[in-house]
Ligand binder design. Structure first.
Ligand SMILES: O=C(O)CCC(=O)C(=O)O
Ligand SMILES: [Fe+2]
Length: 367
């Protein structure tokens, strides 16, 4: 039972209407039990039997459970790198890369300024709240689609849209000063890494690298997961696939609460020092006519420590039309997806809560 005062109405008012987010709830009220607005239905909870046990033998056969591959990309031209990236992208849809050239120092600076934003006063943060943000391209919010969620996700986020402003000198002028320089720097660091991976993935399809279709939009989320009184009952980010082409994630270096779908279980994506987590999004699955796998994933909550993560999303230009590539279909293969403008796909994606269940990609599937 939630303590008196933490009724659904009171929590909704404090977290959403008063724009304090879930971090505000923890900082100001510090509930000792999970308010019911956050208690997930039993089928949505990630219980131990739903987890895949890593690298242990499974009975007499002795086969190993899969692990998320960690790929050394110090030499992008090494054919083994392309092969490992291709293998991971066609199976789990998840891998990690190390020796990508972004130093630990830069990563830790970004983690520091990300936390610094969420540590600002409530008044300061509220200026960026969703639809009334003082910035057109930076917004602060909580959960995923609160107006449609019976149960909220235990997460706040600060979102950036680099749009096509990249070539404008002061495109970040309205962004929170506490983190904007590092966010811009991070984008400068991530863009070429994303491009390398996309080049490899296109080459393996014998397809052209069309930047506008593959990385014509660039967005980023700083996710903040406060410590949670009853993490077993909650979810940090509900299960979902990313809608874009490729996501590069700098996750927390200590708290490992990210899980990727593997068969009917959830596979841990452990923090690896200095690594970036890479996952395939819906658009690459569509373009490749199902060769690349858009991997479902979720984030759990943690009782003892807060966690920050930085998700950098490369995606098509908003007016690009997404459909299986000609090169992939040339041997008479049937397209599995209908042509869709990316802006329409995005609108549909953001119009439904994570808890809606069926995947967004199903909406463009040809039956
Ligand atoms: O926080 C994380 O580790 C992942 C967040 C995520 O899946 C997303 O922002 O799309
Ligand atoms: Fe995601």
């Amino acid at each position: 039972m939630a303590p008196i005062g933490l009724t659904d109405v009171a929590v909704t008012d404090f977290v959403l209407n008063q724009r304090n987010g879930v971090k505000g709830l923890v900082d100001v009220i510090s509930p000792k039990t999970l308010p019911s607005r956050y208690v997930q239905l039993p089928e949505k909870r990630v219980t131990p039997e739903k987890l895949m046990i890593e690298a242990t033998t499974t009975g007499k056969g002795g086969s190993l459970a899969p692990v998320i591959p960690v790929i050394d990309v110090s030499d992008w031209n090494n054919p083994n790198v392309a092969e490992e990236i291709y293998d991971a992208s066609t199976t789990l849809g998840f891998f990690q890369i190390v020796n990508h050239g972004v130093s630990l120092d830069e990563q830790n600076k970004l983690r520091g300024v990300g936390r610094a934003f969420f540590d600002l006063s409530a008044e300061e943060k509220k200026r960026y709240w969703e639809e009334s943000s003082v910035s057109e391209t930076a917004s602060y919010m909580t959960s995923f689609k609160p107006s449609m969620e019976a149960k909220l996700e235990w997460r706040d986020a600060l979102k950036f849209d680099f749009k096509n402003r990249y070539d404008q000198v002061d495109f970040a002028a309205t962004w929170p000063t506490v983190c904007r320089d590092e966010v811009v720097k991070h984008s400068d660091n991530m863009k070429p890494i994303g491009k390398k991976i996309l080049e490899i993935l296109m080459k393996n399809l014998n397809a052209r690298m069309v930047e506008k279709t593959l990385m014509g939009s660039l967005r980023m989320n700083i996710n903040y997961y406060p410590k949670c009184p009853e993490p077993k009952l909650a979810v940090g980010t509900g299960r979902h696939c990313d809608m874009n082409t490729l996501t590069l994630l700098l996750q927390d270096d200590i708290i490992g609460t990210l899980y990727a779908r593997c068969g009917d279980k959830w596979l841990h994506v452990p923090p690896v020092m200095g690594a970036l987590v890479v996952n395939i999004g819906d658009v690459l699955q569509i373009l490749s006519n199902d060769r690349y796998k858009s991997a479902e994933h979720l984030v759990m909550a943690n009782q003892f420590l807060s966690r920050v993560s930085f998700a950098y999303y490369l995606g098509p230009g908003y007016d690009s039309v997404i459909e299986p590539l000609r090169e992939v279909l040339q041997n008479g293969e049937k397209p599995l997806y209908k042509a869709t403008k990316y802006a329409d796909y995005m609108k549909y994606y953001f119009g439904r809560p994570h808890s809606a269940g069926n995947k967004t990609i199903e909406s463009v599937k040809l039956h």
